[in-house]
Design a protein. Structure first.
Lengths: 666, 101, 189
């Protein structure tokens, strides 16, 4: 089997799985559905490993074209857009994350959804999502990527509203879809401008076409492309100001939150920016905007996460915040660490979400952390893996989050487009992260049990009252993915080990693993950045200092959180009272939804009402009501002719015959 | 002066007109079918007259075929009438307006 | 004006008039009886045209078989009198009839001017080398059946065979139409 065919198979097997599950296995037993769904991701994972650790790690770029998609005359030439796939080192990483974490989550979901009816629909959507996500990262041109970009949006919509009989879920899906559409508009505009400027949409061709002279001559256009791409990123990767859909997206089943809204789809913005890094670095304005938006999102979402009481909402705001870190990393020019954080985040956030799902599953859909506590005794595997995930995300030294986040913070200070102020924002966000994650973990797994008994769903009704109180560990299909992800959450970060630590350990490889791995992809961007701004101006002392500071802050905040919530969830009330107004503001998520309601939605509604009154009522309904009246008059005559009476038809025929006779014989 | 076959053609034309009037003006489906029989007979008369006129046998053979078609038409048509009468309890064609536009 | 011509004209006028009588009957049975007499008159006209086989089959097949089926169905339906209203002729229908009669008169004058004979000669049918007419007498006594048979089973053999299929199809069709209904009734019962 050659590599081109393998590449096509990686893309098409999930689609096959989706078709099988969606159309042909609707009545199949649950086991068949789950097996088909999981294998449709696991087989591509194996193929991806062969591809990535084989030719891609040797520096090859595998390309294949499935068919010629668009071919139109353009500017005296032709605009050729094939359905082309390519896998290089960047898409290789994404490929492994999507199929690897995807397989684990599919395995988990088979158990998590075991009480649901019609689970084939769920797996068909999930497989379709993976297909879309793969075409997003494997597309060799922007159009294929856009296909995937839209596809993941649709699947996200379908999966958020999976329990569509509840109106709130359907609304959450709609909100995600609309917010994403705003971002998609940006991506589309960026594509149009790229066609205008380069005459092609193929990434490698654009990279070739974008010379320094062209960049110098078209600086405003490049900034516009960069900002439009950023708009797309804010939509898909939930950045300010379009992040609002992600917390609501938690209405979907938890495996969906883990796969789509933590590990893969929301990171596609980071992928896109890294893919287009050679273009973005030509525009300092765009890069600075990206960095500022990333840093602000990181801090903003982290503050909201401080006060949430829903286990999934905390993780959702945490995801927005972590995505902010990645965007910040890209914005300061440290694309490789954005990708590294993407990878480590995929591990530990998927782990945290799956752990949360495990808790929710065991607690029969209870999500309020004030009603949990002490669960680690009853669910040891979930509990300890969750602790590992928490330690990883808050950047405990030695775990994955520590390396990737600290590299981003270091470059936020010292990177090409970095600024100490960006570091301050990032460090504050990291401090908040430590607080809310430790708070979450402590309230759920440690302390006294606050599990309520009264509202339980399973009422057996004959003396078994205490039976359903027993919360116990979930089966292996759910805990195995947790354990695997926990291992990767620990070791995943070593790819982006800081220079200072490498020196201390005596590793003299020059650059760390992720930088080496992504060097071919980021080569052009690096050349441009070095030419325009010189080498990044960091030092080992600065690196140690920043690392020490953030570790210290992390430890203080974690200790503070534990001390505060040792006595239970009411521990934070004293602080909340002290800053009453601010607390309520944060509890209402800074009232951003209300702001949008007042500033965008209400005026739009007014405009819409205006259109309705004057356009719809007066004009269109006028035409619609009066037009048909005229048409009715005409048609009633025509309708009378078609009386349905054979006699009348015959009369017409007879008149015709007479006319014919007259014409022929007279 | 007209020859015999020419007169036959003329009579056939008149008979055809009368039959057509029957199909067009009567609302009772039985009468319509009887009128169709008149139409077919008028056609037969025309065929036979033409056969005599042209001094060939073809007209008479076709007249025989028309008779076979008329037999088929009567058999199927009458079966339909019976079926219709059972369904609608009426054989008025004005009650059959399913084709109205 | 010989006797043949005179009787032909009388029969033709009677057939046309009786057709008019038929379509204005109120009762289907009397209409069917009038139609039988029209067919008998036509049989006579066929005979006068030297189409003896046609005349005989007109009596046997038409007046005999087909009309019996008609009468049978009429009896079977046994329509109540209120089903048999006849509203007369509307103004539009009168205009149509008048136009038809006018065209008939014009055509009649055309036919009287020998229009048809000339047209047929122009068509050249009689000049065909292969026509039976050139080889043997067509319209003598004892010749007609033989000639019809010769034409039908030589030149029109395929049409003849196909007609048999048509008749079988009609037979099956009428049985199906009648039977479907009774099967439904059986199910209902």
């Amino acid at each position: 089997m050659n590599y081109q065919a393998m590449l096509a198979a990686v893309l098409l097997i999930p689609l096959l799985g989706a078709l099988l599950n969606g159309f042909f296995l609707r009545r199949a037993p649950r086991l068949v559905t789950v097996t088909v769904g999981t294998l449709a991701i696991a087989v591509p994972f194996v193929l991806s490993c062969l591809l990535v650790f084989g030719p891609v790690s040797a520096g090859e770029v595998i390309r294949t074209e499935l068919f010629s998609w668009i071919s139109v005359p353009f500017n005296e030439g032709r605009l050729e857009v094939p359905f082309g796939l390519s896998v290089d080192r960047l898409s290789g990483i994404l490929l492994l994350i999507i199929t690897g974490v995807g397989s684990l989550i599919h395995l988990y979901a088979g158990e998590y959804m075991s009480h649901e009816e019609g689970v084939y629909r769920f797996f068909a959507y999930l497989n379709l999502f993976v297909f879309s996500m793969l075409s997003l990262v494997l597309g060799s041109n922007m159009v294929v990527t856009f296909l995937g970009w839209e596809g993941v949006g649709v699947c996200s919509y379908l999966l958020i509203g999976y329990w569509y009989s509840d109106e709130a879920n359907a609304r959450a899906g709609m909100k995600a879809f609309v917010a994403n559409r705003v971002g998609d508009l940006g991506f589309l505009l960026a594509m149009f401008m790229s066609v205008k400027l380069f005459g092609t949409l193929d990434y490698s061709r654009i990279a070739e076409a974008l010379t320094n002279e062209l960049a110098a001559a078209n600086a405003p256009l490049l900034t516009a492309i960069g900002l439009c791409l950023l708009l797309g990123v804010t939509g898909k990767s939930a950045q300010l100001p379009l992040y609002i859909w992600l917390p609501d997206a938690m209405a979907g089943p938890t495996p969906v939150s883990a796969l789509i809204h933590a590990a893969t789809m929301v990171t596609s913005g980071i992928y896109l920016m890294t893919r287009m890094s050679f273009l973005l670095v030509h525009s300092p304005a765009a890069m600075t905007t990206i960095a500022v938006i990333g840093a602000c999102t990181a801090l903003f979402a982290a503050t909201i996460g401080l006060v949430q009481n829903d286990i999934k909402k905390v993780l959702a705001y945490s995801t927005v915040s972590q995505l902010g870190f990645m965007v910040l990393g890209c914005g300061v020019g440290a694309f490789q660490f954005g990708v590294a954080h993407l990878m480590t985040h995929a591990f530990f956030k998927a782990l945290l979400f799956l752990g949360a799902g495990s808790v929710i599953h065991a607690m029969h859909h209870e999500q309020d952390i004030r009603k949990m506590g002490g669960l680690i005794k009853k669910m040891p595997i979930t509990g300890w893996t969750f602790v590992i995930g928490t330690l990883a995300i808050i950047g405990f030294p030695g775990l994955s989050g520590f390396f990737s986040k600290d590299e981003i913070l270091y470059y936020a200070w010292s990177g090409t487009f970095g600024h100490p102020l960006l570091w301050v924002l990032g460090a504050l966000a990291a401090a908040c992260t430590s607080f809310y994650m430790v708070r979450l973990t402590y309230l759920v797994f440690f302390g006294e049990s606050r599990v309520e008994h009264a509202h339980h769903h399973h009422d057996h009704g004959h003396g078994h009252d205490h039976h359903h109180h027993e919360i116990h560990e979930n089966p292996l299909a759910m805990t195995l993915p947790l354990m695997i992800l926990a291992v990767f959450s620990i070791i995943g970060g070593y790819v982006s080990m800081p220079h200072a630590i490498m020196h201390m350990l005596g590793i003299h490889a020059g650059e760390n693993l992720i930088t080496q791995w992504l060097a071919p992809v980021l080569e052009k961007a690096k050349v441009v950045m070095t030419a325009a701004h010189g080498e990044a101006h960091g030092s080992a002392a600065l690196e140690w200092g920043l690392m020490g500071t953030s570790t210290l802050v992390m430890l203080i905040m974690s200790g503070f959180a534990i001390a505060l919530y040792k006595a239970g969830p009411k521990g934070g009330e004293s602080i909340a009272k002290a800053v009453g107004g601010l607390y309520r503001l944060i509890l209402d998520k800074w009232r951003v939804d209300e702001l949008y309601q007042a500033v965008i939605i209400e005026p739009l509604k007014k405009v819409g009402d205006g259109f309705f009154k004057f356009g719809d009522r007066a004009l269109i309904e006028g035409i619609i009501n009066e037009g048909p009246r005229g048409i009715y008059l005409v048609t009633s005559v025509l309708s009378d002719i078609q009386s349905g009476l054979v006699r009348n038809y015959l009369k017409v025929v007879f008149v015709g015959i007479l006319a014919l006779c007259v014409w022929i014989f007279i | 002066m007209l020859t015999l076959p020419e007169l036959g053609l003329y009579f056939s034309f008149l008979m055809f007109l009368v039959g057509l009037a029957g199909v067009m003006f009567r609302k009772n489906i039985l009468f319509m079918m009887l009128s169709v029989e008149i139409l077919l007979n008028a056609a037969n008369l025309a065929f036979v007259s033409a056969s005599r006129l042209t001094n060939t046998m073809d007209g008479q053979v076709v007249m025989f075929f028309v008779m076979a078609v008329a037999a088929c038409e009567a058999a199927v048509g009458l079966a339909l009438i019976i079926s219709l009468y059972r369904t609608k309890a009426s054989i008025e064609v004005d009650d059959l307006k399913a084709l109205r536009g | 004006m010989n006797l043949v011509m005179l009787s032909f004209i009388v029969m033709g006028v009677a057939a046309v008039l009786l057709s008019g009588v038929m379509i204005t009957r109120r009762w289907p049975v009397s209409a069917a009886m009038v139609l039988i007499s029209v067919m008998t008159l036509l049989a006579g006209m066929f005979g006068l045209l030297d189409a003896h086989f046609a005349a005989v089959s007109q009596i046997i097949v038409y007046a005999g078989a087909i009309m019996v089926v008609f009468v049978f169905v009429i009896m079977l339906l046994n329509l109540p009198p209120e089903e048999l209203r006849y509203g007369g002729v509307t103004v539009g229908e009168m205009i149509l009839s008048a136009a038809g009669v006018a065209v008939a008169l014009v055509l009649g004058t055309k036919v009287g001017q020998g229009y048809l004979s000339v047209g047929i000669e122009e068509l050249g049918i009689l000049k065909s080398e292969n026509s039976l007419a050139l080889h043997r007498p067509l319209f003598g006594p004892d010749q007609n059946v033989k000639n019809v048979a010769a034409t039908m089973f030589v030149e029109y053999l395929w049409a003849f065979e196909l007609i048999s299929f048509l008749i079988i199809a009609a037979m099956i069709g009428s049985v199906v139409i009648a039977k479907k209904r009774s099967a439904e009734n059986a199910n209902a019962a």
